[in-house]
Design a binder for this molecule. Structure first.
Ligand code: UDX
Length: 457
C-alpha cells in the first residue's frame, strides 16, 4: 500500500537531507522535490554551498545547513565544468563535519537518506563513509542520462569527439540522437566534460536509487533502457513542478509586472523568449535575434538576463540595439528575469523560444506550449531533437542567426499552419502529462514507490 503521511510521521526515518548543485536549473528541481517530500510528511534539511545560497526566510519549514565551499567566484561558461567538479571537492571536508553533527543531533536512525545532485560525487562519498544511504537526483532527461551512461561507448565507436563531417550521422545505439545532438560542452580538449559525466554516473551507480524529473508518456522507452542498464531502481517522478506545492527558488528577482502586461493580449498571441540561466550568446546573435523578433511583428516577452551576452557588462537594456525599443513599442516587453512557470501558463502566451534546458522543456510541455529551440550546450541539443523529432511539438532554429530567418521562423511558428499543428500536439501532450501526475498516474505511483524505498533504506 502507498505510504501515507501518517506512516512517515509514525516511522522512525522522518528526515530527508538534500544537497542541490547551486545553479538555477538544478536548484529548482531539488526544491520541488523537497516540497513534495515535505508535503508527504518528511522533515527537510537542505545542505547548500555559500555560492548561490538559498534564502532560508523563503522556506520557513526547512532547516538550512551552509557548507563552506572555498567561495568560488562565478566564472565564464568555458570554465563552468571545472568549477562544478571543483565545487564538490571544495565542499567535501565542510560537508563531512556538518553531516556528522546533523546525524548526532537527529540520531542516525531518524535520517531516511540524503538526496544529492549527481554532479556532487564527493558528497555521495562522504555520506557513504558515514553510512547515510544516498539517492541521486538527475535534473536532465532520461535520454540524456542514457547518453551519459553510454559516453565511453560513444568514444569507442568514434561518435565522439564530434567531427564536423559526422555531425548529421545517426547514433545507431541511441536513436533518435545524431552526433550533433550528443551532450557535449565545447571541444573538451582537457577531457573535463568526460570526467564530469563519468563522475555523475559513478554517483548514480553507487547510490541507492536514481530520481528523474521526467515521466512515463514522455520517455517510456528511455526509462525502460535505464532500468535495464542500471542496477539501482529508477524513479520517474516528474514533472516535479506539477507535483510539488509552488516553491520559490529563483536566484534572480522575477519581474512580475510582465504578468499584468500579458493580460492585455489575446489568447496564444505572445511569444515568450528565454534562454535559461546559463546560456550566453554573442552580441551579434543578440542583435540579429532582436531585429528578427522586431521584424516578425509578433508580440513578445523576452528575458535578457544580466551577463547573458558573452563578455558584456550587466546592463542588458544597453545591449539591445538602438531603435529596438521604439520599433517594438506596445507589443514587446524585455525583463531581466520572469516568473516563468506563471508566464508559460498565461493564456496570452502562444509559444516559447527556448534554449531547451530540461526544466524549460518540461514546463512548456505541461502548459501545452510549442517550442522554438535554439540549443547552446550540454543536454540542450538532445532535448531539441526530442522536441522536434519525437514529440513533434517544436522546431529547432539552427545555423547562424540572421534576422531574416529568425523573422520567418517566428512567423511560421506563431501564425503558420506548422505552428498550429505543433500547438495541437502540445495540447495533447499536456493532457497526457496531467494523467501521469493525476491520481493513480505513473508519476504518483513512482512517488509512492520512492517513499517506500526511502523508508526501507
Ligand atoms: C541548465 C541546463 O541548461 C539544462 O539543460 C539542464 O537540464 C539544467 O541546467 P538552465 O539553463 O538553467 O539549466 O535551464 P532550465 O533547465 O530550463 O532551467 C531554468 C529554470 O529557471 C526553469 O525552471 C525556469 O522556469 C526558470 N526561469 C528561467 C525563470 O524562473 N525565469 C526566467 O526568466 C528564466
Amino acid at each position: 500500500p502507498a505510504p501515507t503521511m501518517a506512516a512517515v510521521h509514525g516511522g522512525r526515518r522522518r528526515h530527508v537531507l538534500l544537497f542541490p548543485l547551486p545553479s538555477q536549473g538544478h536548484i529548482n528541481p531539488m526544491f520541488r522535490l523537497a516540497g513534495l517530500l515535505h508535503a508527504r510528511g518528511f522533515t527537510i534539511t537542505i545542505f547548500h554551498t555559500q555560492f548561490n545560497a538559498p534564502d532560508p526566510a523563503r522556506h520557513p519549514d526547512y532547516r538550512f545547513v551552509p557548507v563552506p565551499d572555498g567561495s568560488p567566484v562565478p566564472v565564464a561558461m568555458k570554465d563552468a565544468v571545472a568549477q562544478i567538479i571543483e565545487l564538490g571537492v571544495a565542499c567535501e571536508a565542510g560537508f563531512r563535519d556538518r553531516l556528522a553533527s546533523v546525524l548526532e543531533e537527529y540520531s542516525r536512525d531518524a535520517v531516511a537518506c540524503l538526496v544529492a545532485d549527481t554532479h556532487l560525487l564527493p558528497i555521495f562519498e562522504v555520506a557513504a563513509r558515514l553510512s547515510v544511504p544516498t539517492l541521486a537526483l538527475r535534473t536532465g532527461s532520461a535520454a540524456c542520462c542514457a547518453c551519459f551512461l553510454a559516453y565511453p561507448m560513444l568514444f569507442d565507436k568514434g561518435y565522439l569527439p564530434v567531427q564536423e563531417s559526422q555531425r548529421d550521422m545517426p547514433v545507431l545505439e541511441l536513436p533518435p540522437y545524431r552526433v550533433r545532438d550528443l551532450p557535449v560542452i565545447g571541444e573538451d580538449a582537457s577531457g573535463r566534460v568526460s570526467e564530469l559525466i563519468s563522475r555523475a554516473m559513478t554517483a548514480v551507480k553507487t547510490s541507492s536509487g536514481l530520481i528523474l524529473d521526467t515521466f512515463d508518456v514522455l520517455e517510456r522507452r528511455e526509462l525502460e533502457g535505464l532500468r535495464r542498464d542500471l542496477a539501482v531502481p529508477v524513479f520517474d517522478i516528474g514533472p516535479l513542478h506539477k507535483l510539488s506545492p509552488a516553491v520559490y527558488s529563483s536566484l534572480l528577482l522575477p519581474d512580475r509586472s510582465c504578468l499584468e502586461w500579458l493580460d492585455a493580449f489575446p489568447p496564444e498571441s505572445v511569444l515568450y523568449v528565454s534562454f535559461g540561466s546559463v546560456a550566453c550568446m554573442s552580441l551579434r546573435d543578440l542583435v540579429e535575434t532582436a531585429w528578427g523578433i522586431a521584424g516578425s511583428g509578433v508580440p513578445f516577452l523576452w528575458v535578457v538576463r544580466p551577463g547573458m551576452v558573452s563578455g558584456s557588462a550587466y546592463h542588458h537594456q544597453q545591449q539591445l540595439p538602438e531603435g529596438f525599443e521604439a520599433a517594438t513599442h506596445g507589443r514587446g516587453m524585455v525583463v531581466t528575469w520572469a516568473p516563468q512557470e506563471e508566464v508559460l501558463g498565461h493564456r496570452a502566451v502562444g509559444g516559447f523560444w527556448t534554449h531547451g534546458g530540461w526544466n524549460s522543456t518540461a514546463e512548456s510541455i505541461c502548459e501545452g506550449l510549442p517550442m522554438l529551440c535554439r540549443p547552446y550546450f550540454g543536454d540542450q541539443m538532445g532535448n531539441a531533437r526530442y522536441v522536434e523529432h519525437v514529440w513533434r511539438v517544436g522546431l529547432e532554429v539552427g545555423g547562424d542567426l540572421e534576422r531574416g530567418s529568425v523573422e520567418a521562423a517566428i512567423r511560421r511558428f506563431m501564425t503558420g499552419e506548422d505552428g498550429a499543428e505543433m500547438r495541437t500536439r502540445a495540447g495533447e501532450l499536456k493532457k497526457a502529462a496531467a494523467e501521469c501526475t493525476g491520481e493513480g498516474g505513473s508519476s504518483c505511483l513512482a512517488i509512492d514507490k520512492l517513499i517506500t524505498h526511502m523508508m526501507s533504506l
